[in-house]
Design a binder for this molecule. Structure first.
Ligand code: SF4
Length: 410
């Protein structure tokens, strides 16, 4: 896979040494067991895959290069570059401005932009409406485009099946930038609806079967379907794609469920289900799959707790937290500064969107075992910072350097 020029501040010698060593031993990426870092009183089990994905590195490379190559120009990002505060703050400090916040609220009025400005499209992509807004201002919308190719692959699939008269069901968070972009591209070709989870998929099924009347549709899916959506006509042939960072198992479960509903409603078999349900299995993002599978692999090993590092508004990170929470006390932190001391930490409760202050998070025992991973937009340097901070609570921070040398020599 292509390698990118990512600023060295985001790299970590320790994590790079570990990742390289694992890669050498497992080139086909079949082994999802974690890497054991045994420091004596503290054992850290590091997920097999975590951190920057292809799309994030690609976006960072383009954005930083654009800043470097265009001194004196006004540079804007449509919204947050990726969902990580460190990367976004670094760009802000270099003079980059965000036109919108993550919820789509305008921060810089369109009318203040002109054709000499540079506008970067973030990794999530953007809507066709915003592309034409930029064009109307004389700004070439795709000149500085960091949309991830794996997101574009979803758009292409939606277009392909849309042109074959399938309605597109997008499994995603309706307000997430990527889902808004996918919805916009998809609805250009075909009827499109967003479902955010299995409970909404169950609701949608009641409209597919006719159990609920079309008149009630708006009550359940207001703002989540394309204009002119005809409940009776547009739910007869469907396909499911996803926001690439959703739980892969949930997308699969939703697709399997809708497929089964179509099979029963239209009395189809494995041989002719394609008449009503499009095959979209090849749209899942490799990084989301790898990171989630690595967490599942990590959770097979006994541990006391889990720490997941990433931006609080990062969708893919919250799904890693969700997986860990099913088995262990789990703390979602954005960086090492949230580990206040050996007794206290600040952590994000993504269910209720609030930061919590917890005490006595480290169990008192001879050896504490912590599972550690991070989201696809979190720099490895931040994960190393977390490891070093944890080691400092045991007075053994220097052990991190020795470990870097060990992995570098394997
Ligand atoms: S998580 Fe996947 S789709 Fe999203 S930016 Fe990374 S590689 Fe691209």
């Amino acid at each position: 896979m292509k390698t990118f020029e990512v600023p060295v501040i985001y790299r970590s010698p320790l994590i790079s040494a570990i990742k390289n060593s694992r890669k050498q031993q497992d080139r086909m990426k079949k082994d999802f067991t974690p890497t054991t870092l045994d420091f004596g009183p503290l054992k850290i089990l590091l997920a097999r895959h975590f951190g920057f994905c292809y799309g994030v590195e690609n976006a960072i490379e383009i954005a930083f290069k654009t800043v470097e190559e265009n001194p004196g120009k006004r540079i804007f990002l449509l919204s947050e570059m990726i969902h990580n505060p460190h990367v976004n703050n670094d760009l802000l400090q270099r003079g980059v401005q965000f036109i919108m916040d993550t919820s789509g609220k305008q921060l810089v009025p369109w009318e203040s932009l002109n054709e000499t400005d540079i506008v970067i499209i973030p990794a999530f992509g953007t809507t066709l409406e915003i592309e034409s807004q930029l064009s109307s201002l004389g700004i070439e919308p795709l000149k500085y485009n960091t949309t991830c190719p794996f997101v574009e692959r979803v758009w292409n699939k939606a277009e392909q099946i849309g042109k074959k008269d399938y309605t597109v069901i997008v499994h995603g968070k309706p307000n997430h930038e990527e889902t808004r972009a996918t919805f916009s591209h998809s609805r250009f070709n075909t009827a499109t609806i967003v479902v955010k989870d299995m409970s909404e998929a169950l609701q949608l099924a009641t409209f597919i079967t006719g159990e609920k009347p079309a008149a009630a549709f708006d009550q359940y899916f207001k703002g989540q379907y394309s204009p002119g959506f005809d409940v009776e006509k547009d739910l007869q042939r469907v396909g499911v794609v996803n926001q690439t960072t959703m739980l892969a198992t949930e997308t699969q479960a939703i697709a399997d469920y809708i497929r089964q509903v179509m099979m029963e409603k239209y009395q189809l078999t494995e041989n002719n289900i394609g008449e009503r349900f499009a095959d979209t299995r090849d749209t899942l993002c490799y990084a989301t799959n790898d990171n989630q599978s690595a967490v599942t692999g990590m959770l097979q090993v006994p541990a006391d707790m889990a720490i997941v590092v990433g931006g609080y508004n990062s969708s893919n990170t919250s799904h890693l937290v969700e997986l860990c929470e099913e088995k262990l006390p789990t703390y979602f932190i954005s960086a090492e500064d949230k580990l206040l001391n050996a007794e206290e930490l600040l952590h994000w409760d993504f269910h209720h969107k609030q930061e919590l202050h917890s005490r006595k998070f480290l169990p008192v025992k001879d050896q504490v075992t912590i599972l550690l991973t991070s989201g696809a937009s979190c720099p490895d340097a931040v994960v190393e910072g977390v490891i070093r901070k944890l080691l400092s609570f045991y007075g053994i921070e220097d052990k991190a350097d020795a470990l870097t040398a060990t992995f570098a020599n394997t």
